[in-house]
Design a protein around this ligand. Structure first.
Ligand code: FAD
Length: 394
C-alpha cells in the first residue's frame, strides 16, 4: 500500500518535500494555515546548491530568474556620494536573483503537473495540526480546519513539519521555541519598492551599510527592486511595541541619504512587508520517531546566510532520495537523510555570523573592515572585467 505523509506548510520546504516524497512513491498531503497559496515575497539569491536541488526535483525549467543583465552596485558614502561596491549577487557561486514567490511558483508547477505515472498531491488550506501523537508504526494527527471550524483525526506513516521559523510541529513534538531559536539581536524589514529609487538606473542595486544598521535595494531584471532594512538591537521584544515604520524612522535617523529616505517613505505604501526578528534554529536531532522537521523549522539559517531557500530545496530533494534508497525502513531513511545533510547545514550555520557582517556590520570595527574589503574586492573586480574586455577585443 502507498505510504502517506502529512507535510505541514506550503512554503519552499513543504513543496520541495512533497515533490521529493512523490518521486519516492509516497502519497503526500500538504496542509497550509493560510486560506490560499501566497505569491510575491522578497529578493532571494539562489546559489548553486539550490539550483542543483531544483534540478533534482525536476523544477529548474519552471524557475523564472530575474538576475539583472546590466546596472551597477552602488555603495553609498556618509557624505551622500556613491562608489561602485559589491552586491549580494557578486559572491562566489554567482547566485541567481529571484523572488521567494518565483521558487514557490516553480515548485507549485511541479506539484500540479505530475510526471506520467505520478499521482496528484492533495493540498488543504486553512488547516493546522493541533495534536500529534505517535502510535505503533503510525502518527495520529488531530487537524483543525478554520473555515468550517471542524476538527478531525487522521493517521499517517510520517509527519513533516515544514512550517517555518516558529514551527508549531516543533513546539508540539520537540519542545518550546526558546530551546531551539537562538537570538541574533537583529531585525529585518523586507518589501517591494513601487519603482527604482530616483536618480539610479533601472537595474542598479544600492547599499548603505553603517555600524549596526543597513539599507539594501536589490535590483531585479524585469520588475521594481525590493528593499531590505536590517539593524541590530539589544531588545527584540521592544522592537514590536511600536508600528514598524515609526521604529524604523527612529533607528535610521541620521542616515539622511535620499535613497534611504525613499526606501523608508515607500514602506507605508507597500501592499505587504515582512518585519521580524532574526534567529537561527539549532537542534541536536531533526526527527523524533516518525515526526521530522525540514527547512526553517529544523535549521533556519536566517537571511544573512543567503542559503535558506537553497537548503530547503536540498532538504526536500535529499529526503526523497533517502526514502527511495530505503523503501522499507522509514527510520533508517531519516537517519541517512540527516547524516548527509547535517554537515552542509552546520557549515552554513557557522559561516552565517561572518556573512552577517557583509549585510550589516555589528560594530564600528567590523564596519571599517567591511568597507575596506568591499573597496578592495570591487577594485579587483573592475580590473578583471577590464582585462576580460581587452582580451575579447584582441
Ligand atoms: C528577508 C529575507 C531574505 C532572504 N534571503 C534569502 C536568500 O537570499 N537566499 C536564500 O536561499 N534564502 C533567503 N532567505 C531564507 C528563505 O526565504 C527561507 O529559508 C525559506 O523560504 C524557508 O522556507 P520554509 O518553507 O522552511 O519556511 P516558510 O517560508 O516560513 O514557510 C512555512 C509555511 O508554513 C505555513 N505554516 C506555518 N505554520 C503553520 C501551521 N501551524 N499549520 C500549517 N501551515 C503553517 C506558513 O503559512 C508558510 O506557508 C531569506 C529570508 C528572508 C526573511
Amino acid at each position: 500500500m502507498q505510504k502517506r505523509a502529512l507535510i505541514v506548510g506550503l512554503g519552499i520546504a513543504g513543496m520541495a518535500t512533497a515533490i521529493g516524497l512523490r518521486r519516492a512513491g509516497w502519497a503526500p498531503v500538504i496542509i497550509e494555515r493560510a486560506p490560499e497559496r501566497r505569491t510575491g515575497g522578497y529578493f532571494i539569491g539562489l546559489l548553486p546548491d539550490g539550483r542543483q536541488a531544483a534540478d533534482d526535483l525536476g523544477i529548474v525549467n519552471y524557475l523564472h530568474t530575474r538576475t539583472p543583465d546590466s546596472g551597477t552596485v552602488w555603495s553609498l558614502k556618509r557624505d551622500g556620494t556613491r562608489k561602485p561596491g559589491l552586491g549580494f549577487l557578486d559572491q562566489p557561486g554567482r547566485p541567481s536573483a529571484v523572488l521567494r514567490g518565483d521558487i514557490e511558483a516553480a515548485l507549485w508547477q511541479g506539484i500540479t503537473e505530475p510526471a506520467p505515472g505520478e499521482s496528484d498531491i492533495e493540498v488543504r488550506y486553512a488547516t493546522t495540526p493541533v495534536e500529534i501523537t505517535e502510535g505503533y508504526g503510525r502518527v495520529e494527527v488531530r487537524l483543525s480546519e478554520a473555515t468550517t471550524s471542524t476538527r478531525y483525526d487522521e493517521s499517517f506513516d510520517l509527519v513533516i513539519g515544514a512550517d517555518g521559523l516558529r514551527s508549531s510541529v516543533r513546539q508540539m513534538v520537540f519542545g518550546p521555541h526558546e530551546r531551539f531559536m537562538t537570538n541574533w539581536n537583529a531585525m529585518i524589514c523586507a518589501f517591494q519598492l513601487p519603482e527604482q529609487v530616483p536618480g539610479f538606473a533601472r537595474q542598479d542595486s544600492i547599499i548603505s551599510a553603517r555600524s549596526k544598521r543597513a539599507a539594501w535595494v536589490f535590483a531585479l531584471a524585469d520588475r521594481a527592486p525590493t528593499a531590505l532594512l536590517t539593524y541590530c538591537t539589544k531588545d527584540i521584544d521592544a522592537e514590536f511595541t511600536d508600528e514598524p515604520i515609526e521604529r524604523l524612522r527612529t533607528v535610521y535617523q541620521g542616515m539622511d541619504d535620499p535613497a534611504v529616505r525613499y526606501v523608508l517613505d515607500s514602506l507605508p505604501q507597500a501592499a505587504d512587508y515582512l518585519f521580524d526578528s532574526v534567529h537561527q534554529v539549532r537542534m541536536p536531532r531533526w526527527s523524533q520517531g516518525r515526526v521530522m522537521l525540514l527547512g526553517d523549522a529544523a535549521w533556519c539559517l536566517n537571511l544573512y546566510s543567503g542559503m535558506g531557500a537553497s537548503a530547503s530545496l536540498k532538504g526536500g530533494a535529499e529526503l526523497g532520495r533517502a526514502l527511495r534508497e530505503n523503501p522499507d525502513d522509514i527510520i533508517a531513511a531519516m537517519g541517512v537523510w540527516e547524516a548527509r545533510l547535517r554537515p552542509f547545514i552546520t557549515r552554513h550555520q557557522r559561516t552565517t555570523r561572518l556573512k552577517q557582517q557583509m549585510l550589516v556590520p555589528t560594530n564600528r570595527c567590523f564596519a571599517a573592515i567591511r568597507s575596506l574589503v568591499v573597496d578592495l574586492a570591487a577594485r579587483a573586480r573592475r580590473r578583471s572585467v577590464a582585462r576580460e574586455a581587452i582580451q575579447l577585443s584582441t
